[in-house]
Design a protein around this ligand. Structure first.
Ligand code: IPM
Ligand code: MG
Length: 370
């Protein structure tokens, strides 16, 4: 590659630093063995940034994120900061990154590795071979809509308000990503909303259909209400290929889809903006799991979701699909050899630590690709 790629690493809180530690070793491995040099900088986000800098995301860190070829994030939040005022919570740091970088397309693939079929809480035949993509709109909807807030009425009653709002460009740009993704997969897109009760859902459905009819007639488009989608995801998840949905429904459905794959510790994600004049997209990669305060600092966390997020970075930000395949194959082989962290181990089965799982992935990379 011509110039070194600029990578901003934001480990965050809870198990974030632990899983990111293993990913850093994978990043270094690519530098040493595959001549893929990154200019890596590390920064603070979330509670870690609150403690050190008094804000969940310092302006200087935000500026570095804007300038980076890709941002790799661990997780943010934790009980220590739960009682802070809303605007100062760790989560605001992550939401600011998403909003200011205009990362409207959040790709959350849910793939059930053969070796983990038994780790899912669903029957093996329901999840075996599962490979779906949830595309979540990430910069609009009720997460950012105004008016919002908590007010006290004249009679002392308190009222909390959030606003679900979408415009046609917001719907079109994410639906377009959905159609393009579907074309590269099994050519099926399911658009999910609550058009039976929400005007924003009616608009969503109409506009996705319009875009389909105008430009993507070759893709098989269906529409589904979000409650039905939640049910179908556990009844027969393999009916789906790509699901496109709004910010809030996507948040919930992607957690649900994660459990189909055995563990939330397995699910990576990519958050992408529109390409600029040079074709470069702003991008942030993060595991879907959160900070898992109950196991933080104990070296038990599964680093695979974060490792697979790095693989998504290779694929979507650096256009290095072959290198991404290498990482994914290494993970698949490690799982096939029976290695498990606690979240995916069967009851009574021995579990690897975070570092041991990281080492196992590195050893497999070494075998596959050095
Ligand atoms: C996610 C998380 C975040 C969200 C939180 C940490 C703000 O649940 O990425 O799914 O709600 O979007
Ligand atoms: Mg979530």
């Amino acid at each position: 590659m011509a110039a070194n790629k600029k990578l901003l690493v934001l480990p965050g809180d809870g198990i974030g630093p632990e899983v990111m530690g293993e990913v850093s070793r994978v990043v270094e491995w690519f530098g040493d063995r595959r001549a893929l040099k990154f200019e890596t900088e590390e920064g603070l986000v979330g509670g870690a940034a609150i403690d050190a800098q008094g804000t969940p995301l310092a302006d200087a860190t935000m500026a570095k994120a804007m300038d980076a070829d890709a941002v790799l994030l661990g997780a943010v939040g934790g009980p220590k900061w739960d009682n802070l005022p809303f605007e100062q919570k760790p989560e605001r740091g992550l939401l600011r990154l998403r909003k200011d970088m205009a990362l409207f397309a959040n790709l959350r693939p849910a793939i059930c590795f053969d070796a983990l079929v038994e780790a899912s809480s669903l029957k093996a035949e329901i999840v075996a071979g599962l490979d779906i993509m949830i595309l979540r709109e990430l910069t609009g909807g009720v997460y950012f809509g105004t008016p919002r807030g908590i007010e006290t009425l004249a009679d002392g009653t308190r009222r909390g308000i959030n606003t679900q709002v979408y415009t046609t460009p917001e719907i079109h740009r994410v639906a377009r990503v959905g159609f393009e993704l579907a074309r590269k997969r099994s050519n099926k897109l399911c658009s999910v909303e609550k058009a039976n009760v929400m005007e924003s859902g009616v608009l969503w459905r109409e506009e996705v259909q319009k875009l389909h009819d105008a430009e993507y007639g070759d893709v098989e488009l269906t529409h589904m209400y979000a409650d039905n989608c939640a049910m179908q995801l556990v009844r027969a998840p393999k009916q789906f290929d790509v699901i496109v949905t709004d910010n809030l429904f996507g948040d919930m459905l992607s957690d649900q889809a994660a459990m189909l794959t055995g563990s939330l510790g397995m699910l990576p994600s990519a958050s992408l903006g529109d390409p600029d004049e040079t074709g470069r997209r702003k991008a942030l990669y993060e595991p879907v799991h959160g900070t898992a305060p109950d196991i933080a600092g104990q070296g038990q966390a599964n680093p695979i979701a974060c490792v697979l997020s790095f693989a998504m970075m290779l694929r979507y930000s650096l256009d290095l699909g072959g290198e991404a395949d290498l990482v994914e194959t290494a993970v698949r082989n490690v799982l096939a050899s029976g290695k498990r962290t606690a979240d995916i181990a069967a009851p009574g089965e021995a579990a690897l630590s975070t570092a041991e799982m990281g080492a196992a992935v590195l050893a497999e990379l070494e075998t596959l690709g050095a």
